[in-house]
Design a protein around this ligand. Structure first.
Ligand SMILES: CC(C)(COP(=O)(O)OP(=O)(O)OC[C@H]1O[C@@H](n2cnc3c(N)ncnc32)[C@H](O)[C@@H]1OP(=O)(O)O)[C@@H](O)C(=O)NCCC(=O)NCCS
Length: 212
């Protein structure tokens, strides 16, 4: 792992170019997970229902198996962090695909802490962490279910732009839901200005005139 073993979030107003540590901690501190904390991992992941994940209720045995499979390890290609509030584990972040040009992440805040700004603080922190510690990363992506309005609000507030809408792409108990893809560019993170997404790029003319 690069960087500090424990980091504080800078929760100041904007989302651009924020430091990964600072005096304004926004009430959260971030520490890496290791397997010695697997009991806490089980408690956290089974202690909330995750309505927008494909498995809303997690079984302790499943969590432990995933841990032994390395899903929550910090390795070259992934990082797993706890968000602590006053010493309590209130959030879990898994950053993955760090070996690819575009890393992604999974974020969970314990249900009883939703709506207090912790999701926003955490996304700002993880964005700053990735761009600050991985000089080769020019963008970060996040995909979520289209009806996950809280996550979408968080992403938009943190400077992520919606780039994709995937129809019926997210399996759910009541059938497939639409999914949406967001991303932030390093250059946008540095400047605080969102580069517009070009969603109007169909070839001119009727489909019969398309090349090929
Ligand atoms: C998504 C999640 C991380 C957000 O964390 P959080 O701490 O609640 O986020 P914040 O408090 O920073 O912001 C939430 C925003 O969503 C808004 N919001 C919440 N529910 C909403 C809804 N149904 N419709 C519209 N906006 C909604 C809130 O009003 C808030 O915006 P505001 O501050 O402008 O009012 C958290 O709800 C969570 O862990 N959910 C379950 C796991 C999950 O879905 N993770 C995403 C996987 S990709």
């Amino acid at each position: 792992m690069t960087g500090q073993d424990s980091e504080q979030a800078n929760a100041s107003g904007g989302w651009a170019g924020e430091a990964t540590s600072g005096a304004d901690a926004g009430g959260l501190r971030f520490v890496p997970h290791d397997r010695s904390a697997d009991a806490s991992l089980v408690e956290f992941l089974t202690g909330s229902v995750w309505p927008f994940h494909t498995e809303p209720c997690l079984d302790p045995a499943v969590v432990l198996r995933r841990s032994s499979d390395g899903d929550f390890d910090t390795s070259g290609e992934r990082e797993c962090w706890w968000a602590l509030c006053g010493g309590e584990r209130i959030g879990l972040v898994v950053i993955f695909d760090l070996g690819d040009p575009t890393p992604m992440f999974d974020l969970r805040i314990a249900a009883r802490f939703w709506g207090r700004g912790y999701g926003t603080t955490t996304v700002r922190w993880l964005t700053a962490r990735i761009f600050s510690t991985r000089a080769d990363k020019e963008r970060i992506e996040a995909t979520t279910r289209a009806d996950n309005w809280a996550m979408r609000a968080v992403l938009a507030r943190c400077g992520y732009a919606k780039e994709a809408h995937y129809r019926q792409a997210w399996p759910g108990a009541d059938g497939a839901c639409d999914a949406v893809g967001y991303a932030i560019l390093r250059s946008d993170w540095l400047t605080g200005r969102t580069t517009p997404v070009n969603g109007d790029d169909e070839p001119p003319g009727p489909p019969s005139s398309y090349p090929g």
